[in-house]
Design a protein around this ligand. Structure first.
Ligand code: ATP
Ligand code: MN
Length: 418
């Protein structure tokens, strides 16, 4: 419940932002634009409309020309900042607009821009800002999320793409109907870099397919996992190549920028841009919570509740695969034989208790051979394994039986406590 008595009013001058956080469990804070113009991460606010933010929200309301805002409910932090990098972010958007106009004239694909940077520098936020600004210009950009650690547009452990047709709802973030999703199944690209790169190649190939001119010229904005020195270079370069990236925006770190300049193809533009002082770091616990909430909402809904289904399937009616087999130690190999790299081997597994609570990705693939190149139809969770009867119980957004019987095991787990 919103505490009616707890109302704060803020008067912002031009090019300032109000930053606030909602921390306590169960708290909701309502934001209302009273006068002037304002935006949340690029989305224009509608005057007199109440935007409800739930706990975990860390928000900035920026104004180009000045405004009056009202917050109702308990905020942990709420202050006005005068220093923001918004004019730089807006310049990035302007540059992309110029490229889109040029693409339109020449009937070529629009700009492909990738955002990289270390942890907690506002990578995802910058993607949102650029996407929202594009949507405000009636563009229809493609958003690609290569970050498997977070859940923004698809299940954690997966990578995906969506077309953004309108500004995001500031209180809900990405509203995802049906992203184009590819399985990876692990929470860090480095857990299986070869498989990760295959998934990125496939996503790049398929997310580009379009007959729609508006989509084509609007270009692509690519979000990436936090850059870890010595680990991320290979995957960033692979993604740059796969998506034919035109420009990389490096958030915050000069060291990382210099690193990228050293290894990047010559033709690729790299631009160092500052992070916002408002970006809030997340603890590991908060990251785990965000993931958990995403999975829960996939099955049970958020603001609008969903009613998932639970049903049994016989082991004989499904094929469960996992990617990668353990390496055989070379001592087990016959003399003269090399140890095979099994990291991208597709292995057919027999259900056992070890898959209990695991997320299974339902693939459109009709055969094991086409698993890598085929996108996902959805997700189910294994809620019971009956070894005697050779049955699995699945939690699924759709009623049984399964429409597709090829499933891929993910490392991700979900305890269905409903
Ligand atoms: P990760 O490394 O986890 O991918 P990131 O670099 O993508 O993080 P964001 O998720 O964009 O960082 O931002 C971290 C948090 O800071 C988010 O909750 C976001 O809403 C908040 N945030 C971003 N910019 C601002 C700002 N100017 N004022 C207040 N909060 C902000
Ligand atoms: Mn992010």
């Amino acid at each position: 419940m919103v505490e009616e008595e707890h109302t704060q009013e803020f008067i912002l001058e031009k090019e300032c932002e109000l930053r606030f956080e909602v921390e306590s469990k169960g708290q909701k804070v309502e934001l209302e634009l009273k006068s002037g113009l304002a935006e949340v991460f690029g989305t224009e606010l509608v005057k007199q409309k109440k935007y409800k933010f739930s706990n975990g929200s860390k928000v900035a309301v920026f104004t180009w020309h000045g405004c009056t805002l009202q917050l109702t409910g308990r905020t942990e932090v709420a202050y006005i900042a005068k220093e923001t990098p918004m004019s730089i972010y807006s310049n990035c958007h302007q540059a992309l607009e110029e490229l889109r106009k040029k693409a339109d004239e020449d009937d070529l694909p629009g700009p492909v821009v990738m955002i990289v940077g270390p942890r907690d520098v506002g990578k995802t936020t910058l993607c949102k800002i650029l996407l929202n600004y594009a949507a405000r210009m009636h563009r229809r950009p493609t958003y690609v999320d290569l970050d498997v650690t977070r859940a923004q547009i698809c299940m954690p452990g997966c990578i995906g793409a969506i077309r953004v047709e309108r500004q995001l709802n500031p209180a809900e973030g990405f509203h995802v109907q049906s992203p184009l999703t590819y399985h990876f199944g692990k929470l860090s690209p480095n857990d299986n870099i070869d498989h990760y790169n295959i998934a990125v190649t496939e996503l790049a190939k398929h997310s580009k397919l379009t007959d729609n001119k508006k989509t084509k010229i609007s270009g692509t904005i690519i979000n990436t996992p936090a850059w870890v020195k010595g680990e991320s270079e290979k995957l960033i370069l692979h993604a740059i190549e796969s998506f034919k990236v035109d420009a990389v925006l490096v958030l915050d770190q000069e060291r990382l920028y210099n690193e990228l300049v050293k290894i990047k193809p010559e033709s690729l533009k790299a631009i160092l841009i500052p992070k916002s002082g408002g970006v809030v770091a997340k603890s590991q616990l908060q990251r785990d919570e965000i993931r958990e909430i995403f999975i829960k909402e996939y099955f049970y809904g958020g603001r609008i509740p969903l009613y998932p289904h639970s049903f049994e399937v016989k082991w004989s009616d499904v094929n469960i695969f996992k990617i990668g087999a353990p390496l055989l130690p070379s001592s087990c190999m016959p003399v003269g034989m090399k140890v095979e790299d099994n990291s991208t081997k597709i292995v057919n597994i027999t259900p056992s208790l070890s898959i209990l609570h695991h997320v299974l990705c339902v693939t459109f693939a009709q055969s094991a051979e086409t698993i890598f190149e085929t996108n996902l139809a959805g997700f189910v969770v294994v809620t019971n394994v009956d070894v005697d009867r050779q049955c699995l119980t699945l939690l699924s957004p759709q009623p049984g039986p399964l429409m597709h019987n090829h499933l891929i095991l993910s490392d991700l787990q979900f305890m269905d406590t409903h």
